[in-house]
Design a protein around this ligand. Structure first.
Ligand SMILES: Cc1cc2nc3c(=O)[nH]c(=O)nc-3n(C[C@H](O)[C@H](O)[C@H](O)COP(=O)(O)OP(=O)(O)OC[C@H]3O[C@@H](n4cnc5c(N)ncnc54)[C@H](O)[C@@H]3O)c2cc1C
Length: 428
């Protein structure tokens, strides 16, 4: 029996985060030769938690079941059996509101369930599992993309790196994150959507040993997902590392972001001042936080295309989002499934642009909807959403209708639609 043949073209992937690595695994799985160029000296993720909904886990399985197996090794769910299908228990976090609404038992506003399961993990541990699936030699490090010349035809694209080196490939897919250089190249540097804009929210992130968290908060709050809502801020917590650690993200608001840096160091007093007057639980969580770096949250204005010629963008490079629906990385994994299979459906390099066109057609609306609704979710949790504000019945209704379209998408149907579009059998 002869081995299945490789595709007669090759693809460059720029950026080795969750988008780039899952895309590379998908392309290799489909016999598409690929090289990954990463600016950093090695693969790496920050030390923080990340949550994945059932759509993201399905996309992992569809790309390559080994991704889902690797994820299962490092995934953590809510620790109580009775809370396994819970996304978050939404609670009042700011003292004033809890009182105003009668101080319900433990301030519960609404439990939002996610049938099919929500799972959490430590980012670096998940990336480590995925990187095991990337063969030696596929990734090249220390390569910061600065420009692309797209000649098309036989010549393909020429990638230019900050160290003066170049590389030629049939096509390039930018997975270079929310500050994407590839996005600027696709849209044009002066395009109003070329760069991300400040969302009005920033976040403190921390990891707390579970034993300490449980001591102060009690088992239920520490070991299961919680989202404490308040005026102009919210705090979320969930278990990672098989329940050994509690991940915390505490969000606050500001009109503008005046620093060029998106991550700045501040002190504990500033953090405590942001949540002055909040409930005992929130105060306990913040007291346990060791690091007080602030992360400014940016997002992309919608753009009219995700590709130009032989250059395409996906993941945060295409739809950098705020994290309020916990789905940016999940959408990147969905992108990887659809895009790797569309590219694999092409016979030779001349067809790659039609794969990019189909990807843009089936993925842009969904992923830009995430960016928009995620920003609104941030306002909802902070009692700022117009028409809802702090009306508890409206908040419950809004929460119930918020996540289903993300979690229960049929990605195989999206792919089939894309393939039909490529072969000219359907218009969308
Ligand atoms: C506070 C917070 C919490 C979040 N929580 C969740 C969550 O719970 N669930 C979820 O699904 N999503 C979450 N997200 C979103 C998620 O983190 C992102 O959507 C996801 O990590 C994006 O992955 P990416 O690979 O597209 O980009 P990145 O992870 O940014 O990776 C980009 C890579 O490209 C490299 N690079 C950049 N520029 C160049 C260049 N010019 N040349 C070469 N390489 C380059 C970078 O070094 C990096 O390795 C959260 C985001 C934030 C900020």
């Amino acid at each position: 029996m002869t081995a299945p043949t490789q595709k007669p073209f090759d693809v460059a992937v720029v950026g080795g985060g969750i988008a780039g690595v899952t895309l590379v695994i998908g392309l290799l799985h489909n016999r598409v030769p690929v090289t990954l160029y990463e600016a950093a000296p090695r693969f790496g993720e920050i030390g923080a938690g990340v949550a994945f909904g059932p759509n993201a886990v399905r996309a992992m399985k569809l790309i390559d079941p080994r991704i889902a197996e690797g994820f299962a090794k490092v995934a953590t769910q809510n620790q109580w059996e009775s809370k396994r299908d819970l996304w978050f228990d939404f609670r009042y976090g700011d003292g004033t509101h809890a009182e105003k609404h009668g101080g319900e038992v433990r301030d519960l506003i609404h439990p939002l369930y996610c049938p099919g399961g929500q799972a959490y993990t430590h980012r670096a541990h998940f990336l480590d599992e995925m990187v095991k699936l990337v063969p030696d030699g596929v990734a090249v490090f220390g390569k910061r993309l600065v420009d692309i010349e797209d000649k098309g035809g036989e010549e393909g694209v020429l990638l230019k790196f900050a160290d003066g080196s170049t590389a030629r490939h049939s096509a390039v897919i930018g997975c270079d994150g929310i500050k994407s250089r590839t996005r600027e190249i696709v849209l044009g540097k002066e395009h109003p959507a070329a760069r991300a804009v400040y969302s009005g929210k920033y976040a403190y992130r921390g990891l707390i040993p579970m034993e300490k968290a449980a001591e102060l908060l009690g088992d239920e709050l520490a070991r299961n997902g919680q989202l404490y809502m308040g005026q102009h801020g919210h705090v979320l917590t969930f278990a990672i590392e098989k329940g050994k650690t509690m991940n915390v993200v505490a969000f606050s608001s500001s009109e503008t972001w005046d620093s060029d840096n998106w991550v700045v160091t501040t002190n504990k007093d500033k953090m405590m001042a942001d949540f002055a007057g909040w409930s005992k639980s929130v105060e306990s969580i913040l007291t346990l936080m060791q690091k007080t770096d602030i992360w400014a949250l940016f997002n992309h204005p919608p753009c009219e295309t995700y590709y130009k010629g032989r250059v395409c963008i996906q993941g945060d490079a295409a739809h950098g989002s705020t994290p309020h629906q916990g789905s940016g990385a999940g959408m990147a994994i969905e992108d990887s499934y659809v895009l790797s299979n569309l590219v694999a459906a092409v016979e030779d390099a001349s067809g790659i642009e039609s794969a990019f066109e189909a990807f843009d057609a089936v993925r842009r609306e969904r992923t830009q909807r995430l960016v928009k609704t995620s920003r609104e979710a941030g306002q909802l949790y902070d009692f700022e959403l117009p028409g809802v504000l702090d009306d508890v019945e409206k908040i419950r209704k809004n929460l119930d209708g918020r996540m289903g379209w993300i979690w229960y998408e049929d990605m195989q149907a999206e792919l089939e639609k894309g393939k039909r579009l490529m072969s000219g059998r359907s218009s969308l």
